[in-house]
Write a protein that binds this ligand. Structure first.
Ligand code: FE2
Ligand code: FE2
Length: 333
């Protein structure tokens, strides 16, 4: 943040810092970790970036479920690459979050203790291999709608992480669509599997954008701070408009009798997701919430020896490095 605060020079410190911060946001410049920021801005970002990181990591589970049962070596290689990408996304985002003064260990604790959330979509089960395709097409598709605008978010490390993540998400979406297209060109049974999967994932995918704008109390402040660039309803509309022609090309029906093109608006009208179901899933009562957290906790505990070994190795390397430097220094005397 290289700004000249617009508050008078004799203003109290806090006011001048805030004026500098506001000026940076107004210019659409990035706030960097070394810059002063209001505590509310920092807290909102920690919550959003952590929730995003947790979603990437928990999101590995529904699809990881099918890794050992992929129908061919090619499908297995694609799915492995995709699931590993999600692990990488989690790591970029935890790193971005750490620049806000919270450690990855603390974030993991908050996740497995249920004090921080992740996307509601990952609390639904994956019942067939068609779900791998549907998740790529609809879930990664919704993620792209959400995340492309976040490349311009006001916090530097978050925006830069999103640029790289979005490139990989578009591969995820395309592999899902290609899998579904292959199945749709197959047998009647395969086409029925695709339709059944789309029927289950359509509404939860729409819920990924969060509650309607009228019930999203944090949106206005997040937009004023340049953290969010679009409202939930805007992004949901964009997703529906993008997805309908893809569903037609695929030959599947989206399970919404109210879905229709509205010539006046230049957008599709569509039905209302079941917000009671959404709230139940967010509060921990979805079909797989307990299973997802239990699995994450087990993986964390099973990985304790790796973290200990890596810490011990790093400490030893530091000692060895210091000894080496001393030897070199003495030999040059
Ligand atoms: Fe991802
Ligand atoms: Fe993805």
């Amino acid at each position: 943040m290289t700004t000249t605060p617009s508050a008078p020079l004799d203003a109290p410190d806090e006011d001048r810092l805030l004026a500098g911060f506001d000026a940076t946001i107004a210019r659409n410049d990035r706030i960097e970790p070394r810059d002063w920021m209001p505590e509310g801005y920092r807290k909102t970002l920690v919550r959003q970036v952590a929730q995003h990181a947790h979603s990437e990591i928990i999101g590995m589970q529904p699809e990881g479920n099918w890794l050992t049962r992929a129908p061919s070596l090619r499908r297995k290689a694609i799915l492995l690459a995709k699931v590993q990408d999600e692990a990488g996304h989690g790591l970029y985002l935890y790193s971005a979050c750490e620049t806000l003064g919270v450690s990855r260990a603390e974030l993991t604790e908050m996740l497995i203790e249920g004090r921080q959330k992740y996307s509601s979509i990952f609390n639904y089960p994956t019942l067939s291999y068609a779900d791998v395709g549907t998740i790529g097409w609809l879930v990664d598709g919704a993620a792209i709608c959400n995340q492309v605008p976040l490349c311009r978010t006001s916090f530097g490390p978050y925006g830069r992480a999103m640029i790289r993540i979005c490139k990989e998400e578009s591969f995820h979406q395309r592999q899902g669509y290609e899998l579904l297209m292959t199945m749709m060109r197959g047998t009647d049974e395969q086409r029925a599997m695709v339709q059944e999967s789309v029927d289950r994932f359509w509404w939860p995918a729409l819920m990924m954008f969060g509650p309607p704008d009228a019930e999203s109390p944090n949106t206005a402040q997040s937009m004023a701070w340049g953290i969010k660039r679009n409202t939930n309803d805007d992004l949901r509309q964009r997703f529906v408009d993008m997805t309908v022609p893809q569903a037609e090309a695929l030959g599947v029906t989206l399970p919404d009798p109210d879905l229709v093109w509205n010539e006046d608006r230049g957008h599709h009208d569509f039905g209302e997701p079941d917000w009671e179901e959404f709230m139940a899933v967010v509060k921990g009562n979805g079909p797989c919430n307990a299973q997802r957290i239990a699995h994450r906790r087990r993986a964390h505990e099973d990985g304790a020896w790796v973290r200990e070994a890596a810490t011990a190795f790093a400490a030893r390397s530091r000692i060895a490095g210091a000894q080496q430097a001393r030897v070199e220094e003495e030999s040059t005397r």
